[in-house]
Design a protein around this ligand. Sequence first.
Ligand code: MG
Length: 383
Amino acid sequence: MQKSISLLGSTGSIGRQTLDVAENLNIRVAALAAGRYSPLLEQQVRAFRPALAAVYDENGARELKARARDLPVRVVSGEEGLIEAAAVQEAECVVTAVVGTVGLKPTLAAIEAKKRVALANKETLVCAGEIVMNRARETGAEIIPVDSEHSATFQCLAGQAGRALRKIILTASGGPFRGKSREELGRMTPEQALRHPSWKMGPKVTIDSATLMNKGLELIEAMRLFSQPEENIDVLVHPQSIVHSMVAFEDNSVLAQLSVPDMRLPIQYALTYPGRAPSLTAPLDLADIGSLTFEKPDEAVFGCLKLARRAASMGGTAPAVLNAANEEAVGLFLQGKISFLDIEAYVGLALETIRNISRPSLVEILMADEEARRLVRARAPGG
Ligand code: MG
């Protein structure tokens, strides 16, 4: 079990649940990082007494420093602050739970410092998965996935010879709009899209699960984590969200990982791996649930999944473009500026328009990310 962690993104959904797990397992929180000041962040600093707190926003850092004067905490700011928190000596493990490409450099810093990385920041693997995984192999830093599907896959693969794997089957809840037609999708509002049937998550990932882009990003994440080509990763809609993913082996045996949907379990596994410990997650009662159902995703209705497969097979900077265009478009949708189906239209446009660079450097990846954001913002109403 990891004795101490640094938590990047402490006030978000995964961050708060990570603190629940840390408290329950008596794991010390050596550093906390968040995007801006909030009363919650101050509360967390008071409760967990980290030696270091990083606030991305300068003003927020100043405010936290002023309010936490009575505590022995050092407050840092900006990207350098986040990087410092990722490499802090007192932490054995870094939980990266920030949303967006802002997680990329801190994750690399944690890898350079040979920390275990409990990775909950999808964008890092989607945009720069090859660079990140190569660096981890070179330094020997462990990367343990926190995303529930990838944690499930990781758990199914434990103790198996890598070559024996035939397919990874990522399960998807199908989101709140499962079974809807394109016409109906066009009319969906942010309020409707934010009503997820089985998982409690932040707004960005909840919209992504309504468009199925979340599964598309997870498909790319799985390719990088488990060194698999795109065609070896299937997506299966499973509305009960009990089977978190499966692995099919060459003998056609399939292993699955099941639990009630609760992110605290994959978070905890990343901290206790290879061991296990009693958790805050409720026991699974399959008799109570009764039946588990599975169906193929409707790629004709949910175009984002198809776009993600296309970006995955294009490789290079295409996944970064896909991710950045999607992040911008989701933001515009949440602000009520574009329609639900416009999200996939903007992402498709960015993939078609922006030149793909193969074997990109980190700088080229970040440039492609910025270019995609600019394109979406410029095309958007009022942009
Ligand atoms: Mg997931």
